[in-house]
Write a protein that binds this ligand. Sequence first.
Ligand SMILES: *[C@@H]1O[C@H](CO)[C@@H](O)[C@H](O)[C@H]1NC(C)=O
Ligand SMILES: *[C@@H]1O[C@H](CO)[C@@H](O)[C@H](O)[C@H]1NC(C)=O
Ligand SMILES: *[C@@H]1O[C@H](CO)[C@@H](O)[C@H](O)[C@H]1NC(C)=O
Ligand SMILES: *[C@@H]1O[C@H](CO)[C@@H](O)[C@H](O)[C@H]1NC(C)=O
Length: 206
Amino acid sequence: MDVESSKAAAMKAESPKKHKRRNICLGVTAAVILFIFLLLLILGLTVFKPKQPTTTVDSTSISDMKVSFDIARLRVDVNVSLDVDLSIKNPNKVSVKYKNSSAFLNYRGQVVGEAPIPAGKILADKTQPINVTVTLMADRLLSDSQFFSDVMAGTIPFNTLTKISGKASVFNLFNVHITSTSSCDLLVFVSNRTIGDQKCKYKTKL
Ligand SMILES: *[C@@H]1O[C@H](CO)[C@@H](O)[C@H](O)[C@H]1NC(C)=O
Ligand SMILES: *[C@@H]1O[C@H](CO)[C@@H](O)[C@H](O)[C@H]1NC(C)=O
Ligand SMILES: *[C@@H]1O[C@H](CO)[C@@H](O)[C@H](O)[C@H]1NC(C)=O
Ligand SMILES: *[C@@H]1O[C@H](CO)[C@@H](O)[C@H](O)[C@H]1NC(C)=O
């Protein structure tokens, strides 16, 4: 009886101590987790803060061009391929992965050619060159009278459009979606098969 009660008393005396120890342990764990979280947050907002990758069109050239007139029917058959050399600069401290994307060839607001840009990855602080060839789809403009008169006049106005979207992932915690587009208006001179007057606009969205 006496032994029992003294045991119970000992247990009663020990219990708050155990509680205290467990509370300290929980507190330390919580502080460590909070510290790590804050550290990641601060790094995420500073060093790893997402920055916009920028696309630049370095050059556009004609890789192939064939023109045949059908004067009797006021038609013109033009096959033309444009090589567009782009570079995408990734200013981030993490790599950017981009999805399958596309380059388009437009003529007076109409899509007349498309080429795939296969998915890829741009390493941190690197510039990635991407070369893509867009080809005017045969027959697309065969019976377009505006196209006929442009070719007869000797200059064809085209537009090349590239759109690359992807994401930057920081510690697999924050994913930032990025879209970078370039749009270039240019003239193709029929007589000497050269490109002139190229004007590019760039847009990036985080
Ligand atoms: C353009 O390409 C198409 C299909 O490849 C071909 O049938 C046509 O003859 C070509 N036109 C010229 C002017 O070479
Ligand atoms: C991207 O394109 C490649 C080849 O064109 C294809 O094998 C792959 O499945 C595509 N990926 C996605 C996510 O569409
Ligand atoms: C892209 O084209 C340029 C010039 O034509 C060439 O110097 C470069 O090596 C090419 N880059 C790739 C990735 O094919
Ligand atoms: C090509 O022809 C156009 C007009 O026909 C001219 O303005 C341009 O300077 C020529 N370009 C070259 C490289 O000869």
